[in-house]
Design a protein around this ligand. Structure first.
Ligand SMILES: [Zn+2]
Length: 139
């Protein structure tokens, strides 16, 4: 039998196996006696309990995750705040190559909207990037 509970330490929802006597919270480490847990939902079917947990937690807001962890967003921020236009373009080419392996005009558009053509023209002219296949570039 599985149960959905809220941790008494950190309030995170988690799943416990009621056949075990005790369990520890994977988030904060608080240990509990399973029989004393405030069960929100229980079922023989672990998948059912997992679904209940998911419906409680809701989907992870994708926007936020992207903003915090997306290397492209981080690069866009650095690009915006770099004063030297040449350093800026070289950084863009090198970082995009590091993150993506090779990149397209579309990838540049995400960082410098409306400027990809100009940027690719300059970077190609200065031999900072080369076209590995039609429409794909790398530093
Ligand atoms: Zn906890």
């Amino acid at each position: 039998m599985y149960a959905l509970i809220a941790c008494s330490g950190c309030r995170m929802n988690r799943i416990i196996d009621l056949t075990a006597e005790t369990s520890a919270c994977p988030y904060c480490g608080t240990g509990i006696k399973n029989e004393t847990a405030a069960v929100k939902f229980q079922s023989e079917d672990q998948e059912e309990v997992r679904q209940a947990l998911l419906s409680l937690s809701g989907p992870v807001p994708e926007k936020k995750v992207r903003k915090d962890f997306d290397p492209i967003s981080t690069l866009a921020y650095r690009f915006d705040h770099c004063a030297d236009p040449e350093v800026k373009l070289m950084m863009l080419a090198e970082e995009l190559t590091k993150i993506l392996g090779s990149f397209s005009a579309e990838d540049i558009e995400e960082i410098a909207p409306g400027k990809s053509k100009e940027i690719i023209r300059i970077l190609s002219a200065e031999c900072i990037i080369s076209e590995t296949e039609p429409g794909r570039y790398r530093a």
